[in-house]
Design a protein around this ligand. Structure first.
Ligand code: 5GP
Length: 188
C-alpha cells in the first residue's frame, strides 16, 4: 500500500450509461484533477486520438506492460484488453493532482485492493432499455457489439454494492451536479 498525495476516484458504469459525458461536464469545474488515459488493445473508433482517448497498444505492447508491472490494473472486456498505466496515476499525484479512472468493475476491484482509500463511483443508467436506446443512437457499434455490451451491462449492474456512491444518470444536469458535489466532498 502507498501513501497518496492526491485523491483517486474510480468511475464505472455500463457502456452507454453516460460516464464520459458526465465527466466531461464535471471535470472542468473541479480543477487540479487528471483524467487518466487508459491503454487498450481495441481498434480506435472514428475520431479517437491516440494518447487522448486511449493509448492504443498492440497485444505485444500490452503484454510488455503487464510483464514490467507498468499496469495498476487491467481487464479483458469484449475481446480486447484495457488497463491503467501506473505512471498515469503516480505522475499526476506527484504534481499534486487528483486522478479519475474511468474503468470497468473488474478494474475498480483491483484498484480498491491496491488503494483502499480510492473512492469508487458507479454511474447507473435509468434502465437497460434506455441503455440500449443510447447505444443505438451513439451508433459507434454494430448491433452484435451493442447486444454484447448490454449483456455486460447487466453483469456490471450487479457490482453496484461494491461502490462507495451510485449516481443514477436519468437527468444529465442533475447527475452532473450530484457527481460534482460528491467529488468535491460537499455531499455524501
Ligand atoms: P470502450 O471500448 O467503450 O471505450 O470501453 C469499454 C469498457 O472498458 C468501459 O466499460 C470502460 O470503462 C472500460 N475501460 C476503459 N479503460 C479501462 C481501463 O483502463 N481498465 C479497465 N479495467 N477498464 C477500462
Amino acid at each position: 500500500m502507498s501513501i497518496m498525495s492526491g485523491k483517486l476516484f474510480v468511475v464505472s458504469g455500463p457502456s452507454g450509461a453516460g460516464k464520459g459525458t458526465l465527466l466531461a461536464q464535471v471535470i472542468p469545474g473541479l480543477g487540479n484533477i487528471h483524467v487518466a488515459v487508459s491503454v487498450t488493445t481495441r481498434q480506435p473508433r472514428l475520431g479517437e486520438i491516440d494518447g487522448v482517448d486511449y493509448f492504443f497498444f498492440d497485444d505485444c505492447q500490452f503484454d510488455e506492460q503487464i510483464a514490467s508491472g507498468g499496469l495498476l490494473e487491467w481487464a479483458a472486456i469484449h475481446q480486447a484488453r484495457y488497463g491503467t498505466l501506473r505512471s498515469e496515476v503516480l505522475d499526476a499525484h506527484a504534481q499534486g493532482l487528483d486522478v479519475v479512472l474511468e474503468i470497468d468493475p473488474q478494474g475498480a476491484r483491483q484498484v480498491k485492493a491496491a488503494f483502499p482509500e480510492a473512492v469508487l463511483i458507479f454511474i447507473e443508467p435509468p434502465s437497460i432499455e434506455e441503455l440500449r436506446r443510447r447505444l443505438y443512437e451513439r451508433g459507434t457499434e454494430s448491433e452484435a457489439a451493442i447486444e454484447e455490451r448490454i449483456k455486460t451491462a447487466v453483469k456490471e449492474l450487479e457490482t453496484k454494492p461494491e461502490y462507495d456512491k451510485v449516481i443514477l444518470n436519468d437527468d444529465l444536469e442533475a447527475a452532473a451536479q450530484e457527481l460534482s458535489l460528491y467529488m468535491q466532498g460537499i455531499v455524501d
